[in-house]
Write a protein that binds this ligand. Sequence first.
Ligand SMILES: C[S@@+](CC[C@H](N)C(=O)[O-])C[C@H]1O[C@@H](n2cnc3c(N)ncnc32)[C@H](O)[C@@H]1O
Length: 273
Amino acid sequence: MSAAFEEAGGPAARRRFATLGRSVALFRAFLVEQTDPDHFYGLLAEDSVRQVAGYTPLAGRTVLDVGGGPGYFAAAFRAAGAHYVGLDPDVGDFSAAGDSVAGMLRGSGTALPVRSGAVDVAFSSNVLEHVSEPARMLDEMVRVTRPGGVLFVSFTPWFSPWGGHETAPWHYLGGDRARRRYQRRNGRPPKNRFRETLFPTSIADTLRWARGNADVEVLDALPRYHPWWGRWVIRLPGIREVAAWNFLLVLRRVGTRPAGAAEKTELTGGSRC
Ligand SMILES: C[S@@+](CC[C@H](N)C(=O)[O-])C[C@H]1O[C@@H](n2cnc3c(N)ncnc32)[C@H](O)[C@@H]1O
């Protein structure tokens, strides 16, 4: 990412970034996610870092990536000059992109092993729908972010065309039914199992959580992959759950630093799993 982009930041840069061409490129990469994961996840990670840089500088900032997964985001955030720490409960995921596990934490987003107020940027991409207690994970992300820091949380809402993940679009007929259908057709259960590793999550509930939380201010709420002129769908309750495809919430941590749990990691150098 160019330093010029990072310095530019702000609404004008965000608009220049969210072009139709970018949305098409992401969608094309998504179509080959199974056969060419390096292309899809590499592009998604670079795209995410550019999107984050439209709201906050990254050079020298500590970024905690909750549910960081295979390591593609590590490379992209580090290339932008951030001090990146990934966290995931699944240690196998860390090395899938060929990266080492240095600077990664093993843990759950619902009980972050991180000192309160320790990070400048709390980031999470496509994880919230995999967590049984999403509000708890959001509360934890707020806790570890310093006052003035920024939070980015994106997820696929349940009523999105991709809400059922590999069981989509049958999830529209019910998550259990979609799961059984997948098993019948493929002779194995889906990776994302309804109410085990995939939970119905909505934009409405997430916005309600954010607006009811005095420790955060909503900076932006948008369909993550849409061009800038498609942002309006977020203003339509109900319809946005389908039409947003993927929801991105950008928050600023306000207030004072909460009393921290002293035993938790400082995030000065990351830790090895
Ligand atoms: C769909 S992947 C997303 C990976 C990456 N963030 C991305 O956007 O490509 C979901 C990730 O969430 C992780 N995950 C599942 N439950 C979690 C939890 N309770 N806390 C943190 N991460 C979790 C999984 O191990 C997996 O790496």
